[in-house]
Design a protein around this ligand. Structure first.
Ligand SMILES: Nc1ncnc2c1ncn2[C@@H]1O[C@H](COP(=O)(O)OP(=O)(O)OP(=O)(O)O)[C@@H](O)[C@H]1O
Length: 263
């Protein structure tokens, strides 16, 4: 079933010195339970798309529908995970996780046991009384994931959530997030600069170009890769073929392929 549709969405940022056309005629649709990635050069409007879907701002032109209803009229429950974890340093891990339910006055015994279950699933069972400063960057991002999932969001928006982590931690977190998205059958959109991450986690990849931001190509990740855990996707023979194909489109303007060196 189609979950989210963007139809001819354009967006302008206005300022005293003029305006920037950040998005130009973006049309795409995402199926329920699908994991898609958006890649493209810096400034092509990836974060703008997420901010609009999260309703932090409204698109200048075009329509967004969620399960065929206008997004603006829908009581959409969104999870948003960013590069920074934004945990409150003065609150314990459990208090950070329960902040959302607390604000909406919705903490029950069930919420607390669900928080403990999720903490266990991300291998942080014994940290609920700790403070964020006692945890590593990777552990904190896992807490941020639990804090996002405790709201049981219908869609998760990931804006470069692994980019500040060291390589090994990043690969482990990719695996964990992909596994949890499948377990809980979540629809997700990942914005990333890491092509390997996009291929290994996604069902589909949207490639954007800049000034103004537009989608120039969609790549379907082969079934054999989709069925693997992200870590193992990178070892699959079909991974390299897709990586090369996307890379060539990413670097088309520069005319550089993986088989050429320009030094
Ligand atoms: N608040 C703003 N006011 C004015 N222009 C903005 C604003 N936010 C973004 N822009 C402009 O809109 C365009 C798209 O920005 P956006 O942050 O969505 O790109 P991005 O693809 O996410 O970039 P990056 O990969 O560097 O994070 C850029 O030209 C940017 O300068």
């Amino acid at each position: 079933m189609t979950f989210l549709t963007l139809d001819k969405v354009s967006h302008y940022y206005f300022s005293t010195s003029g305006y920037t056309k950040a998005l130009d005629d973006i049309s795409l649709s995402i199926e329920e339970g699908e994991f898609v990635s958006i890649i493209g050069p810096s400034g092509c409007g990836k974060s703008t798309i997420l901010s609009i879907i999260a309703r932090l701002m409204k698109q200048t032109e075009g329509e967004i529908t969620l399960k065929k209803e206008s997004l603006m009229n829908s009581p959409l429950n969104i999870g948003y995970m960013l590069q920074q974890d934004y945990l409150f340093p003065w609150k314990t891990i459990m208090a950070n996780i329960l902040l959302g339910p607390k604000v909406s006055n919705n903490i029950t015994e069930n919420t607390i046991s669900q928080a403990r279950k999720l903490l266990d699933e991300v291998n942080l069972k014994h940290t609920e009384h700790d403070y964020p400063s006692e945890l590593s960057g990777g552990m904190r991002q896992r807490v941020a994931l639990v804090r996002t999932l405790i709201k049981n969001p219908e869609i998760l928006l990931f804006d470069e959530p692994f980019s500040a982590l060291d390589y090994v931690t990043k690969l482990k977190l990719e695996n964990l997030v992909a596994k949890m998205m499948k377990t809980y059958n979540k629809t997700a959109i990942l914005v990333t600069h890491d092509l390997g991450e996009a291929i290994s986690m996604s069902d589909r990849i949207f490639l954007m170009d800049a000034t103004p931001g537009k989608i120039i190509k969609t790549f379907f990740v082969p079934k054999e890769l989709r069925e693997e855990e992200p870590f193992f996707v990178r070892r699959h023979p079909k991974y390299q073929a897709l990586f090369d194909e996307v890379w060539q489109h990413l670097n088309k303007e520069k005319g550089m392929t993986l088989h050429e060196r320009n030094d």
